[in-house]
Write a protein that binds this ligand. Structure first.
Ligand code: T46
Length: 133
């Protein structure tokens, strides 16, 4: 499984840093939704699902967290700890987010609006969906 991490251009000067993200330029899809999570308690795991068609870019804009990505064949662990890095997650990937630092803010850019029917929340169902079972 190939891990795609984008390193965004930083516009830095003596005032600090600025990152700008445009759809189809810095982000490989039309951005239809932005959401973010914070105040994630110690020992918490989020995610534990896959998406049938949604594509997303995850950016830990403050603090850090880890992600476990699983395509049904292979699992990989990725750390997110820089506000100028974005992890691309395609559809059909099981994801789990964990090891959040207490100050972590994880922002997600998504290719579609929220649709509960796009979620696969059962791991056996996910394996069947990706033809691994
Ligand atoms: C994903 C990972 C990375 C909404 O009402 N609208 C939304 O756009 C989202 C994302 C969530 N919600 C509601 C649904 C639940 O009642 O917010 C609550 C928490 O959502 P969920 O348990 O799905 O959150 P995570 O952190 O487990 O997963 C989220 C995304 O849902 C998911 O698409 O890939 O972040």
């Amino acid at each position: 499984m190939q891990i795609v991490k984008y390193v965004f251009q930083q516009h830095g000067d003596e005032r600090g840093q600025l990152v700008a993200l445009e759809e189809h330029k810095d982000i490989p899809f039309e951005i239809k939704r932005v959401y973010y999570m914070y105040d994630t308690g110690k020992g918490v795991t989020r995610g534990q699902h896959a998406h049938k068609s949604l594509e997303q870019i995850l950016i830990c804009i403050h603090g850090s967290c880890k992600l476990m990505l699983d395509n049904g064949k292979e699992k990989k662990i990725v750390s997110l700890e820089k506000p100028y890095e974005g992890l691309y997650i395609s559809n059909n990937i099981w994801r789990e987010m964990y090891d959040f630092s207490s100050d972590a803010v994880l922002m997600v850019l998504a290719s579609d609006v929220y649709k509960e029917e796009d979620y696969i929340r059962n791991y056996d169902e996910f394996l069947k969906f990706v033809n691994m079972k």
